[in-house]
Ligand binder design. Structure first.
Ligand SMILES: [Zn+2]
Length: 156
């Protein structure tokens, strides 16, 4: 994916007026290129990150597919293929889950990987996040039912 579209968008006065503009020109282009590559959607749950002002500005994160909290992936902190657009919820659920923990496909020091490996890790991470969200949602429904059943009396 080329950076030329990212550069072109960043030179548009409408974009110039927004929070897209931070860091160096290179940071901005890298950031926009990630959004473009990921089609403005959370890579884990497909949420449209342009859905609303709040979604775009407050609930969008750039996640590290192979988590930077692991020493072995520190070198991938700024590598574009490892940085993905994620909603705040999925990023929080995924946390430091390592989609390569069993497969060990990443070769430390290489800084590269194949599209197939990347797709494999994305699928692993998506499955992990989805299972965790489903389990927590079930429990949340119980909590919600309990809290909604509480009679709230004014003045107490
Ligand atoms: Zn998401």
């Amino acid at each position: 994916m080329s950076y030329s579209l990212a550069r072109q968008l960043l030179s548009n006065p409408i974009i110039k007026e927004t929070n897209w503009v931070w860091g160096t020109k290179e940071d901005q282009e890298r950031y926009m290129a990630i959004w473009l590559r990921d089609k403005f959607q959370c890579v884990y749950c497909d949420r449209d990150m342009l859905e609303s002002y709040d979604t775009h500005y407050w609930f969008s994160h750039i996640d590290h597919l192979l988590p930077r909290s692991y020493e072995k992936y520190k070198e991938l902190q700024n590598v574009k293929w490892n940085r993905v657009l994620s909603c705040c919820s999925c990023n929080g659920l995924k946390k430091d889950f390592d989609p390569d923990s069993e497969s060990k496909l990443y070769v430390q020091g290489s800084l590269t990987t194949s599209d197939a490996n990347r797709e494999f890790w994305l699928t692993k991470a998506r499955d992990f996040v989805t299972a965790l969200r489903d389990a927590r949602t079930k429990h949340f429904e119980l909590e919600k039912a309990l809290l909604r059943s509480v009679q709230l009396n004014e003045g107490e």
